[in-house]
Design a binder for this molecule. Structure first.
Ligand code: PBG
Length: 321
């Protein structure tokens, strides 16, 4: 008889035959940084996650570094919003100041910036609006300005999340032509128009004031198109390809892993975090175990890198093992 249970008998043998192992090295921790002073505001739908002003961000960063988490992904929340999101390329903007502050005080922490407009535009869309829709090519011009401004501030990697066509090409060329040929790009390559972003839009003040993002983010029904999107980013020179969200898109993560020889990242988004937290609070699930199992499933699906609000909690568990 085939007896698969022989290799499950004790923790010793289970450890030996374990195929997938999570590590703190896999994690990127997202941070919301708000312009202003003495801010530490909890986000109701994301227990444990806060918006910080720069003068208080060390509370968070000290912990991240102590837990040995290698990287953070920054989201800026500015006080000034306008039609184009001009604040995104202000060399003294919240994002640029945050990058300078973190690189100065935590030089070994790897700093990635989310490159987008939705937190910076009065209408909440990810670019310039013409005729009630985001104008792709006009937005690319501003994207280049934003990215160069982040680069000058000293960021380690940029991650454009706006889903405009030609983004990677535009950013790569601008960086190369401005003296930043060694700055890597992580593409939000396969990003779906997802209801799982709900809590984030409260956290980052970035919900669109009209319409939705379905003319630029992908239709959740489409799998082949995911490969197409990733192919463009790959050919345009993205250094890392990302799938977002993660849990409902594990098939897409595996597709990318099987088809591209680049590191694959996934974004375990706000709604995925909120669901686990809410059910755990009610006592309906064991939150810690569900968290670890979900993160493991992303890695097993093929993610080399996981962007997650659980990074600190998971790191605490992994560091004890
Ligand atoms: C866009 C952006 C979003 C997220 C990351 N970057 C929101 C959106 O596309 O509406 C979502 C992250 C999350 O839900 O955790 N700048």
């Amino acid at each position: 008889m085939f007896r698969t249970r022989r290799l499950r008998k004790t923790e010793g043998i289970r450890r030996l035959v374990r195929e997938t192992k999570l590590s703190v090295d896999d994690f990127i921790y997202p941070l919301f940084i708000e312009e202003g002073k003495n801010i530490k505001t909890g986000i109701t739908s994301m227990p444990g996650i806060h918006r910080y002003s720069l003068d208080r961000i060390s509370e968070e960063l000290d912990e991240v570094v102590a837990l040995n988490i290698p990287a953070v992904l920054l989201f800026g929340i500015p006080t000034h919003k306008d039609e184009e999101g001009t604040e995104t390329w202000n060399d003294n903007g919240i994002m640029q100041n945050a990058v300078r502050f973190i690189k100065k005080n935590y030089p070994n922490l790897y700093v990635i910036t989310d490159v987008c407009f939705c937190e910076y535009t009065s209408h909440g869309h990810c670019g310039i609006i013409h005729n009630n829709d985001v104008d792709n090519d006009a937005t690319l011009v501003n994207l280049a300005k934003q990215v160069i401004s982040h680069a000058k501030a000293g960021v380690d990697m940029v991650a454009p999340s706006g889903m405009m066509d030609g983004t990677i090409n535009m950013i790569r060329q601008s960086l190369d032509n401005s003296g930043f040929p060694n700055l890597p790009i992580m593409g939000y390559s396969v990003k779906y128009a997802s209801a799982f972003y709900g809590p984030f839009r409260d956290a980052a003040d970035s919900a669109p004031t009209f319409g939705d993002r379905r003319t630029y983010q992908m239709d959740p029904s489409n799998r082949d198109e995911g490969l197409r999107e990733a192919t463009f980013d790959d050919e345009e020179g993205a250094d890392i390809l990302m799938v977002k969200p993660a849990l409902s898109y594990l098939d897409i993560i595996r597709d990318l892993k099987n088809n591209f020889d680049r590191p694959i990242a996934c974004y375990n988004v706000s709604g995925e975090y909120a669901m686990v937290k809410a059910a755990a609070e009610k006592g309906w699930i064991d939150g810690e175990r569900v968290m670890m199992e979900s993160l493991l499933s992303m890695k097993r699906a093929g993610a080399d890198i996981i962007i997650t609000y659980f990074a600190k909690e998971a790191a605490r568990i992994l560091n004890k093992r």
